[in-house]
Design a protein around this ligand. Sequence first.
Ligand code: TYM
Length: 327
Amino acid sequence: MARVLSGLKPTGPVTLGNYLGALRYWVEDQHRDDSFFAVVDLHALTVEHDPADLRALTLEQARCLLAAGLDPDVCTLFIQSHVHEHSELNWLLECTTSFGELRRMTQFKDKSGDQEFVSTGLFTYPVLMAADILIYDADRVPVGDDQRQHLELCRDIALRFNGRYGDVFVVPEASVPTVGARVKDLQEPTMKMSASSASLAGTVLLLDPPADIERKIKRAVTDTESEVRYDPGAKPGVSNLLTILGAATSRTPEDVASGYTQYGSLKADTAAAVVELLLPVQERYRELTGDPAGTAALLEKGAAKARVVASATLARAKDAVGLLAPG
Ligand code: TYM
């Protein structure tokens, strides 16, 4: 059975982009592969944050993953900081990664540009991400398109480490979906839909009430033409709506386009499809909020399962680089 690992960073509420590009595929993956999913809270420390917000967002995201359909009896669901081995492997990998490699990361360039204080953690973030993946011997990492470069780096780090110290790590593959991998902001359709955007007018949140979802989609930026055509270069706004409706109804955007001649009906149908898609997730989320102890217990069980694998890989890696075992 293949091993799968992926993560979600609690820097903001879960978005429709997270759901369409990643989460819903994880729900399928868990039934096919030996799957590990984490709320990667250590990654959220790389930018300025409020400690109380981080705690609340971590729990909210874990609930969202459960509400989306991850079943802790089938997959391993945990909080990254509950498995301290990630941080320890991170150091070994930092010493196997070059400064130049990290400097080339486009997400670092984008994210550091608008920060007054740029932490070292933001710079080395992709190494911790590599540790998250390599520590579970993951074969496959299901992610949206924006994570491709980080996955390439992870592969390079694993190959270099194996080349220097022997066959320690599985070299993972990125698994990027053909539909939904690049959901764009509804107001700025050349940018990724993200909860970190200055305004959330163009970002649909997984837990947005139906009226907000409808309003955001109906106000989505299109263009002055009236032709409905999938052409992300020339018509980014319309193409994004086609992508969202396609992803929500399991069709290709081109397929969806053939059924429309007007932007108005495309928007109305997209809004209706998204509301219908998210409604059961939102209902399950509400049920979970009534049982915080139950969620905490599930996460503790997940961390215990994760630690078994993580500690074995860490021991292998420490031995390979020449760290003297205690005793
Ligand atoms: P994060 O938390 O930003 O996003 C979680 C997942 O959602 C995908 N995604 C999107 N997909 C399509 N359209 C969008 N607009 C969109 N926005 C986000 C992301 O590609 C991702 O798959 N660095 C990672 C977290 C991470 C991780 C890992 C992932 C840490 N360690 C190990 C995989 C394996 C991140 O910031 O994802």
